[in-house]
Unconditional design. Structure first.
Lengths: 256, 369
């Protein structure tokens, strides 16, 4: 299977993991290992950057895994930029997952502030990975200002409702010049497989694994689903036909 | 000023009471089955009829909380700044007519207390005071926040109701949340519990969350004092308040606390005794109605209840709390606001959370905001 390129990095795994919501840090670390992910997000607000021995950071000290700070908690571009700069300094990475959700209920991303922050951060040398609505026009606007990827949502964060935005994701994937990572809402391995089958470059999963009865087994299930979905995409899925095409009643006259 | 008062006056205590007590088992089942719950469903879930479905409510509560918040409990501790108070409140240890030694921490003492909290691993701190505007007013709070901000990731404030511009100043100084409890929404009896002092102004207190919301504060904490009046009716009004605020101040987070009246020196006995089973029903009703609400459980509750509530809707807990100014190191003997029921250390509480399969979270915010 082809590898995924984002900025200067190459990923074999197309499954990204969020690290919130786990009941035990050790379980989170194990789930990360089982999933064979190479990229995990962690909320800057959860990390104690002043402490040398932050549990969360330490638990994710895995050589094959790239730690991607996110700006969760920021309500506008200014706050997100501040958080990204802090993270760059403390975690020595110029990658950032941009999350700006002024609405604390459904944590829906603010498209206007996200576009603004992406432009500022890209100019400042960041590899920006913005969490957004499945809005094809916004994706193109983000490309114009230098985003590294786009991360449209399948459904609200943590809702496990799957790919409610499927039709829009297909348009985004069709048009995108940057990798498309489906983020949020993926509730079951079948959702992840579906996202990969329609040509998403990667998926990001958190709640569905963290809150599963057995997070480790679920991490493996997602790994396998993502692989299967990608393999199917690369193999070229046979298109489904809405009706059987046995004969050609409308064009037979041409033969005569 | 736009405020909750208009909404509040569209409802009447007695008719809300009638509606709650008229709910039947079929109403409860219908509410539990609905995908999106409304305030009307919350009313149904508060009812005596709903207590028959408590196990089902508890299951739903656990599932909704885990989905939204994960298996985590955020820990904090209060830092009592002062017990000076010019209010008479019949249920409070700090009441002005209570002949106790009054104490307000100075800058050095604040830092001593803060150091003790930091040593316990506390990163989220709640600043508490009585109501003494001349000595413990906005200037005092701003100074305290300035001192504490470099040391804590998250600062909440539970002090007397302030003016809009004062809340704006607190927000700029780095306070992230303000807690203010109406105590009771029963306007007619409110005055009996609060006979003297600024707190006896029911309407001013009722409008306080509006001022906090307008000031752009990130989080507002509400609650009623459980034990004053019928908790079912008071809680309906509290939820009505949250519902109103969520529509108007949509960028703000909301948390709800459940202060059950505890014994304190020189105060009245609870008017309504709330049983553990009822408190659990109330917590479940909030969670099922509003999956995004933070639910905070203090050390007013005993060990057993707190151990079990970890997996039943709670998102935030205090631990190792001292409810007197200087209680951690400066003046451990000063009089407390209320007796705590869970005296375990921070480390012990953390272990209990681990044992429940949950992660105790010490930091879930950043001082950079």
């Amino acid at each position: 299977m082809s590898k995924l390129h984002i900025a200067d990095k190459i990923f074999t795994s197309r499954l990204f993991l969020g690290t919130g919501k786990f009941g035990k840090l050790t379980e989170m670390t194990e789930a990360v290992r089982c999933s064979e992910t190479e990229l995990v997000t962690l909320a800057l607000k959860r990390v104690d950057l002043h402490s040398d021995s932050d549990d969360l950071l330490a638990g994710l000290q895995i050589p094959s895994v790239h730690r991607l700070p996110n700006t969760s908690g920021a309500r506008n571009a200014e706050e997100a930029v501040l958080a990204a700069q802090l993270a760059r300094e403390a975690m020595e990475t110029n990658w950032v997952k941009l999350e700006i959700h002024p609405d604390p209920r459904y944590l829906l991303p603010d498209p206007i502030e996200t576009l603004k922050a992406t432009e500022l951060l890209a100019k400042d040398g960041f590899v920006v990975m913005p969490y957004i609505h499945a809005d094809p026009v916004l994706c193109k606007r983000l490309e114009d200002v230098g985003t590294a990827v786009v991360m449209p949502l399948g459904a609200p964060i943590g809702s496990n409702k799957g790919l409610l935005t499927l039709d829009f994701l297909e348009i985004i994937i069709e048009q995108s010049q940057v990798p498309v990572v489906v983020d949020a809402g993926i509730g079951a391995p079948s959702d992840a497989a579906k996202a990969m089958e329609i040509g998403a470059d990667a998926v990001l999963v958190n709640t569905a694994i963290a809150v599963a009865g057995d997070p480790l087994a679920m991490a493996i299930a997602f790994k396998e689903a993502v692989t299967a979905g990608r393999r199917a995409y690369e193999a070229g899925l046979a298109a489904a036909h809405p009706v059987a095409v046995a004969s050609s009643p409308l064009t037979d006259f041409l033969l005569g | 000023m736009q405020s909750f008062e208009n909404t509040f006056h569209q409802f009447n205590w007695n008719s809300v009471q009638e509606r709650i007590y008229a709910v039947g088992p079929a109403d409860v089942q219908r509410s539990l089955r609905k995908a999106k719950k409304t305030l009307e469903d919350f009313l149904v879930l508060l009812s005596p009829a709903a207590s028959e479905s408590l196990e089902e409510m508890a299951q739903l509560t656990q599932q909704l909380t885990q989905q939204r918040f994960g298996k985590t409990i955020q820990l904090y501790a209060p830092l009592y700044l002062s017990n000076e108070c010019q209010n008479i409140c019949t249920y409070c240890g700090f009441s002005m007519d209570n002949p106790i030694k009054r104490k307000t921490l100075n800058a050095i003492e604040i830092m001593q207390e803060a150091a003790a909290l930091k040593a316990m691993g506390i990163n989220h701190v709640l600043l508490v005071s009585g109501e003494a505007n001349k000595t413990v007013g906005i200037d005092y709070f701003l100074k305290a926040i300035k001192l504490l901000r470099p040391h804590f990731a998250h600062i909440s404030v539970e002090v007397q109701p302030l003016l809009l511009e004062e809340y704006e100043a607190l927000h700029r100084a780095g306070a992230h949340a303000v807690l203010v409890y109406q105590e009771t929404y029963h306007e007619e009896v409110y005055k009996r519990y609060h006979p003297k002092g600024k707190k006896s102004n029911f309407a001013f207190r009722l409008e306080t969350p509006d001022r906090i919301g307008k000031a752009g504060m990130r989080k507002i904490g509400l609650g009623v004092l459980l034990g004053l009046e019928d908790w079912r009716i008071d809680s309906f009004f509290n939820a009505l308040h949250i519902d109103y605020l969520q529509r108007h101040y949509w960028q703000t987070k909301y948390s709800v606390s459940f202060p059950r009246l505890r014994p304190a020196e020189g105060i009245i006995e609870p008017n309504f005794v709330m049983e553990d089973r009822e408190l659990l029903q109330l917590i479940c009703a909030y969670r099922i109605w509003n999956p995004d609400l933070e639910i905070s459980i203090s050390t007013r509750e005993n060990e057993k209840f707190r151990n079990h509530i970890i997996a039943l809707g709670a998102t935030t807990m205090s631990a190792a709390s001292k409810t007197n100014p200087g209680g951690y190191v400066v003046d451990p003997q000063s009089l407390e606001q209320f007796e705590t029921s869970d005296e375990r250390s921070m480390e012990e509480v953390r272990q209990v959370i681990y044992q429940a399969g949950y992660e105790p979270v010490m930091k879930d915010w950043d001082g950079c905001w």
